[in-house]
Unconditional design. Structure first.
Length: 203
């Protein structure tokens, strides 16, 4: 599958009603999608786009699949007004830390184990705790803290989970980027960003 089809297939699997925002860049277009973890996923893909446009992921996936992995947004229904990802961060923002991909996978594995344990404990205690509430609480936990220019930034589990569920980490280094007050993780196959931004903790 092409990079575009892979990106769209994963975004659609996580949210069948997801939207894809596309921006023209050298070599194709930069695709953005809001994941149900409260993060933005992005990567450069082979798509013909001349302006910033938002379409349904499923529509673009069907178009690309029928065109052998290449696609144009021409003629697709536009949903620019429905975009809920807010303003977009700079995907080439400064790198403030580097980490190994296996460290991200370790965090992801521990998060999955913790969620299953919490669900089991809730059943044992006969507590009516919704699975979504448990998941959201876990996703808000701080996975790691990085320091840049005497300022500490907290990276929540949701950012690591988004990177892993989109299979962006690969086997190379994972870069921690900061765009204004927003944090992102970039693997060899794409990046994810917090929608609400990451507030620094002054040291």
């Amino acid at each position: 599958m092409s990079d575009l089809l892979v990106f769209l297939a994963r975004a659609r699997r996580l949210d069948p009603h997801a939207l894809a925002r596309l921006q023209p860049v050298e070599g194709g277009g930069r695709a953005w999608a809001v994941l149900p973890f409260g993060v933005l996923a992005t990567r450069v893909v082979p798509v013909a786009v001349s302006e910033d446009v938002t379409v349904r992921v499923s529509d673009l996936f069907d178009r690309a699949r029928g065109a052998g992995g290449l696609a144009s947004v021409e003629g697709l229904s536009r949903h620019d007004g429905q975009w809920r990802g807010g303003t977009l961060p700079d995907p080439a923002a400064p790198v403030i830390e580097r980490m190994a991909a296996h460290e991200c996978r370790r965090i992801g594995d521990e998060a999955g184990t913790a969620l299953r344990a919490a669900q089991e404990q809730a059943r044992v205690d006969q507590r009516a705790v919704g699975e979504r509430k448990l998941r959201d609480t876990l996703l808000d936990h701080v996975a790691l803290t990085v320091t840049a220019e005497a300022t500490r930034y907290e990276i929540p589990v949701r950012l690591v989970v988004g990177l892993l569920r989109m299979a962006f980490a690969g086997d190379g280094p994972v870069l921690v980027r900061r765009s204004g007050r927003r944090l992102g993780l970039e693997g060899v196959h794409g990046g994810v960003w917090l929608i609400g931004g990451g507030l620094p903790l002054l040291t």
